[in-house]
Ligand binder design. Structure first.
Ligand code: ADP
Length: 816
């Protein structure tokens, strides 16, 4: 069972471990996949970005080409400048694309695009120059025409005179024109006074014209070659453009392909992630299922174990119960014969025995005493084990209790020469509340052990009051100078059936239960038992329990005096199914002048009881079919049983019921079997003395409750006015009554019925005078009883005596 206890948590732990591992692995895989997926998505975005940029680049390229064409076709600077600006944008765009790519070949391609662009710019520039040259030829022509027009004027010339826009001239033409203008200006007279002949001027103009013609021809020739060059350049430009487009288109295609690859990769990663998650979910589900089955099986098993434990607990409880019942039964069965053995031994001891016989009876007595103690211990032990003993709360005088207990143990060991000292803390004079019977049991055991294991020296009982954690504790230490107990044995002697040495039982007797019971009882009282001992030096057993002081009067343990003879002659009914015990009890009672009627069952007793004038009943409790409780109940239920509150003593072998149960059931006293004749007589004396001597408390109670019913001195006072006279009359009345009572008793014993009737009548006069309502009816019965009712006389006499006593006590108190 223990194994399974430790296996269940391990399995649970393993299952959690496996699931955690699975979660970590899956988490790691999924996170990897998500990373790849995110990377793929990022790559795709970059590729898309690249495609967009290439697209833009191509657009720019087309725009640049369009500007290039305009730049070539027009002589204006603006298209050319636009073309250059576009090319700058293209360069910026290329640079931004370059930042996005990390493939070296793509970088190289972009560099080649850049180179081609530079080449294109150069081409365009050259082409433009060629076109501009074309303008120079026109200019020369214009110059010739102008020269023709200025032939008449012949003034000084400037470049402006020949060309509208001298800035746009190529260097060569400009140089030639300037040379010509210079020549002209040298030969043209500075003022009109300088007369140059017309012929000279003409020749100059002609020469100039020729020269210009030559220049024009030269320019035409040059134009031809330029046209060729232009074609070449255009071709170059076309090729460059084509190359550029091809490169960029290739680029675009590459990017598109890349984007597609990345997209496919992303798709693949997504699929893979889904696969991983699905597989993980399946594995997880399988793991959960497997472990759930394992754990469920274990929990089912543990439930089963629990059920088995509960069953075995139940079984143990039953065993304990049956053990208790067995012990109770066995002890009951032992008690009856033990009572017989003890009783007859006592009776035997009173007979005239010789020394040998007396020795034998002593041995029988001590052996049966030992068995009695063992039976009692076993019973107490089993009751304590079953938690059936409850602590009582009664006010008692601790000092008296301990002294009486110690002295009674001392009496048993009187042959031992051991001094007994009792040292009581002066603070403990007051009554305390607790369980005096259990305190007595513990102290009796400790003092008994001290005597048992001490051969010489002393036994000291120290009672001290201690303060501990807001409560007061009583410490009863029993200190002896005996054999002591070895250190290693000091703990085990508190365990049941253990003794300090293996030969202890042989040497000293005992069952090894005493200390176990004492310790359990001490715990029951909220206290404990401690031991200090030195081998060979002696032991100190300390019984510590919480003290609760009381303001109530202590309950006196009634100690009946069995040696005072009973004042009356009594009749008893004894019921017991054990014939030997029945006979024994009969013998004990008759030896003490008590008349007996014996019955083997309650039923038989009830059949005859109306014919018996009985004073008390002794009944066994465990009677077959009609037990003691039922007997008492039936007896009280019907008048025919002649029951007038006569006391009943319960005799029982059962120790599972406490005193209260018997008192509540209407018993006056109870006696555990086995008992000695002495114990039985003590109980009888106790109940009869209670009858004979009405306790003070009872008188007090009666006084307050029934004072008016007991007497009324009004009519008596009307004759005697002074108190002294009244007191005297009462005194005389009391004396006469005592005499009448003793005469009455004598007549009842002698069965002198007529005298009884006469006395009954005589006594009524005075009691009627004082209106004694409890006494007069009894006297009335004594006056008028029938002969058949004579058996009730004794009982009525006792009632009369009791009530007269109560009445006189009340009058005395009243007159004080
Ligand atoms: P028992 O019936 O044998 O006396 P107890 O439980 O009362 O059983 O005591 C158990 C054992 O403890 C005794 O057998 C004895 O060995 C030892 N013991 C008890 N009291 C004393 C004592 N005062 N001195 C020495 N030994 C003692």
């Amino acid at each position: 069972m223990e194994k399974s206890k430790s296996r269940i948590p391990l399995k649970v732990f393993l299952s959690y471990l496996a699931l955690a591992t699975l979660v970590i692995i899956v988490g790691w895989l999924v996170s990897n996949e998500i990373n790849s997926f995110t990377q793929a998505q990022k790559d795709e975005t970059i590729e898309k970005n690249k495609i967009l940029k290439i697209g833009k680049l191509l657009t720019l390229m087309y725009e640049s080409e369009s500007f290039a064409r305009s730049a070539i076709q027009s002589n204006y600077k603006e298209p050319y400048l636009n073309f250059l600006r576009k090319n700058d944008s293209i360069s910026i765009q290329i640079d931004s694309i370059k930042l996005l790519i990390d493939e070296p070949h793509q970088s190289q391609l972009l560099d080649s695009v850049n180179n081609l662009l530079q080449q294109k710019i150069k081409n365009i520039n050259e082409l433009r120059q060629l076109r501009l040259n074309d303008t120079s030829e026109k200019t020369i022509e214009v110059a010739i025409q102008k020269l023709s027009s200025i032939e008449d004027q012949l003034g000084r010339l400037s470049l402006k005179d020949f060309v509208e826009d001298p800035e746009n001239l190529d260097e060569n033409t400009k140089k030639m024109l300037l040379e010509y203008i210079d020549i002209n200006n040298r030969y043209i007279p500075r003022d009109s006074s300088n007369s140059v002949d017309q012929q000279t001027l003409d020749s100059i103009v002609i020469a100039s014209r020729e020269m210009l013609q030559n220049v024009k021809e030269e320019a035409t020739t040059q134009k031809l070659s330029l046209a060729l060059k232009e074609r070449q350049l255009l071709k170059n430009d076309l090729t460059t453009s084509q190359q550029l487009r091809q490169i960029l288109t290739a680029f675009e295609n590459e990017f598109v392909t890349n984007a597609r690859v990345i997209n496919a990769e992303r798709e693949r990663v997504l699929q893979r992630s889904i696969r991983v998650i699905t597989i993980a979910a399946i594995i997880g589900a399988i793991l959960v299922l497997v472990f759930s089955i394992v754990i469920l099986r274990d929990s089912w098993r543990s439930q089963q174990y629990k059920r088995e434990i509960e069953k075995s607990n139940e079984h143990n409880k039953l065993l304990l119960k049956s053990r208790e019942q067995l012990i109770s039964m066995v002890s009951h069965d032992l008690r009856t014969p033990l009572s017989t053995i003890l009783g007859y031994t006592e009776l035997l001891k009173e007979a005239n025995l010789n020394e040998k016989e007396a020795h034998y009876t002593d041995r029988i007595k001590s052996a049966s005493g030992y068995v009695t103690q063992l039976v009692d211990d076993l019973l107490d032990f089993s009751k304590l084990e079953a938690g059936k003993i409850k602590a009582e709360r009664i006010a008692f005088n601790l000092k008296t209790l301990i002294t009486e207990t110690a002295e009674s143990v001392q009496a048993i060991y009187s042959q031992k020469n051991i001094a007994l000292q009792i040292d009581v803390d002066p603070q403990i004079q007051n009554t305390i509340i607790g369980d005096p019977f259990r305190v007595k049991q513990i102290v009796s055991n400790l003092v008994g052990n001290a005597y048992k294991f001490t051969q010489e020296g002393s036994i000291t009982i120290k009672i001290r009051l201690k303060n501990s954690q807001n409560q007061q504790l009583v410490n009863i230490a029993v200190i002896d100078t005996g054999i002591g107990i070895k250190k290693e044995k000091q703990q085990i002697i508190f365990e049941e059936f253990t003794q300090a040495e293996s030969d202890t039982e042989k040497k000293y007797g005992g069952s090894g239960l005493g200390l176990t019971i004492s310790k359990k009882l001490a715990n029951l009282l909220g206290g404990n038992l401690f031991l200090e001992s030195k081998e060979g030096k002696g032991s100190t057993f300390s019984f510590v329990f919480p003290a609760e002081f009381s303001t109530q009067k202590a309950v006196k343990t009634e100690t009946p005096k069995t040696n005072t003879p009973l004042q009356e002659s009594y009749t008893a009914i004894i019921i017991d199914d054990d014939e030997t015990l029945l006979k024994l009890n009969q013998e004990i009672l008759e030896n003490n002048n008590i008349k007996t009627h014996v019955f083997s069952s309650g039923k038989k007793a009830l059949e005859e009881i109306q014919n018996i004038d009985y004073d008390f009943i002794i009944t066994d409790i465990q009677l077959p079919s009609f037990n003691g409780f039922f007997f008492a109940e039936t007896l009280r239920s019907d008048e025919q049983y002649n029951y007038k509150n006569q006391p009943i003593i319960a005799v029982t072998g059962r120790k599972d019921l406490n005193k209260k149960s018997y008192i509540d059931a209407g018993f006056a006293e109870f006696l555990y079997k086995p008992y000695t004749p002495q114990a039985l007589l003590e109980k009888i004396h106790l109940i009869l003395n209670r009858e004979e001597t009405t306790p003070e408390t009872e008188i007090e109670e009666t006084e307050t409750m029934q004072k008016d019913a007991l007497f009324n001195l009004k009519s008596l006072s009307s004759f005697i006015s002074d108190k002294e006279g009244l007191l005297h009359i009462i005194e005389v009345f009391k004396e006469n009554t005592q005499k009448d009572l003793s005469d009455l008793k004598k007549h009842i014993t002698d069965e002198n019925l007529e005298e009884v009737r006469k006395l009954g009548h005589k006594m009524q006069t005075m009691f009627k005078q004082i209106d004694a309502q409890t006494v007069v009816p009894i006297l009335n019965f004594l006056e008028h009883f029938k002969d058949s009712e004579k058996k009730q006389l004794s009982r009525n006499y006792k009632a009369l005596k009791k009530n007269i006593k109560l009445t006189f006590s009340a009058i005395d108190k009243h007159l004080k």
